[in-house]
Design a protein around this ligand. Structure first.
Ligand code: PLP
Length: 366
């Protein structure tokens, strides 16, 4: 009889480095300024909170299994085909469902050098091989991605704008990327930060999904809509891809309170616009101010800034210095940036607190 050794995960599972979320709490009492997870400083729409609370009266009932009321609200808002929208528990779930449906051992999937880490995990979790394309100026490089397409490539994941760099590709470049991919390779456009982008040459992906057979766009309610705790995302897909995802997703993968809150959030566009205006104003102000104290800031189209520290002042020391002042930014070493921290745009007070602390840090010992 074989020696007893208990259950073993599939090959490769234990080689996956788990996703480590940004720090969200510090030891000791007192409020923290948390600018580590790209959450909105304005919070959700009060109407979304109200809709969420009203659902408390129906907790014994299963939700609509296809999140139909939310899909209809999304279809109305964006002019989409409701049958091609799939909702999920955060866009993370949809990224994983795409990998589950289309990737397996022997397949390759490409993402860019500083791309969102969930892609690598989703690819490895399904036994496929991650292929990393180098970036140019901390921005995805279409030629580098296309150069890595092989007969085994099944998927390209691209966050646009990307986390943690904040850089984006204009629609012309996205179209060029799509045009260079074989028809059986899915281009996943992860547009988690789309609402924040103020650039005329940007398109989140709806047009390509509508006009091609192999583009999927993923979106989230976690960022500008302020519903991160509910775990709510959606994908707009070609019909056969929506069909595949619907076959393998959990039959009730989105909760009733999430559906209700999502609809109310979507219908409160003034609240969303306020979040955009706040972000646009502060993104520029903070980038300028941080540059002014000797930090290098990657130009961002999203709601966060990648802040690079000089050799004399390490990001690790800065992180410690900030924690002592109860301010949390995001360490980004695992994204290939040991010398940087990512700062989410917060409230006016939070931004000023972070700027003051960073100014003190940069000035200390000089
Ligand atoms: C680029 C990108 N995609 C997807 C997600 C996941 O968002 P969700 O909360 O919808 O799972 C994030 C969250 O940080 C992100 O930065």
């Amino acid at each position: 009889m074989a020696a007893k050794r208990g259950p073993t995960p599939r090959p490769g599972i234990l080689d996956i480095a788990p996703y480590v979320p940004g720090t969200s709490a510090l030891p000791g009492a007192g409020k923290v300024v948390k600018l580590s997870s790209n959450e909105t400083p304005l919070g959700p729409s009060p109407k979304a909170v109200e809709a969420y609370l009203a659902e408390a009266a129906h907790l014994s009932r299963y939700p609509d299994g296809s999140a139909a009321p939310l899909r209809e609200a999304l279809a109305d808002r964006y002019g989409l085909d409701v049958a091609r929208i799939v909702c999920g528990a955060g866009s993370d779930e949809l990224l994983n469902l795409l990998a589950a449906a289309y990737l397996g051992p022997g397949d390759e999937a490409i993402y860019s050098e500083h791309g969102f880490l969930v892609y690598k995990i989703a690819i490895l979790a399904h036994g496929a091989t991650p292929v990393v394309a180098p970036e140019t100026d901390l921005t995805a490089d279409v030629d580098a991605i296309l150069a890595r397409v092989s007969d085994a490539t099944r998927m390209v994941f691209l966050a646009n704008p990307n986390n943690p760099t904040g850089t984006y590709l204009p629609f012309d470049e996205i179209k060029r990327l799509h045009a260079g991919l074989p028809d059986d390779v899915i281009l996943v456009l992860d547009a988690a930060y789309a609402e924040y982008v103020r650039a005329n040459d940007y398109e989140a992906g709806i047009e390509l999904v509508a006009t091609t057979q192999n583009t999927v766009m993923t979106r989230t309610f976690s960022k500008i809509y302020g519903l991160a705790a509910l775990r709510l995302g959606w994908a707009y897909c070609p019909a056969p891809i929506a069909d595949a995802l619907n076959r393998i997703r959990g039959p009730f993968n989105v909760t009733g309170p999430s559906i209700a809150a999502g609809i109310a959030a979507l219908n409160d566009q003034p609240h969303m616009q306020e979040a955009v205006a706040h972000n646009t104003a502060w993104l520029g102000t903070m980038a300028e101010a941080l540059t002014g104290i000797g930090l290098a800031v990657t130009p961002s189209a999203a709601n966060f800034l990648l802040v690079h520290f000089p050799q004399s002042k390490s990001a690790q020391e800065a992180d410690k210095f900030l924690h002592e002042r109860r301010i949390i930014l995001r360490r980004v070493g695992e994204y290939g940036f040991p010398d940087a921290l990512r700062m989410t745009i917060g409230t006016e007070k939070e931004n000023q607190a972070a700027l003051e602390a960073l100014t003190a840090f940069m000035g200390a010992g000089q």
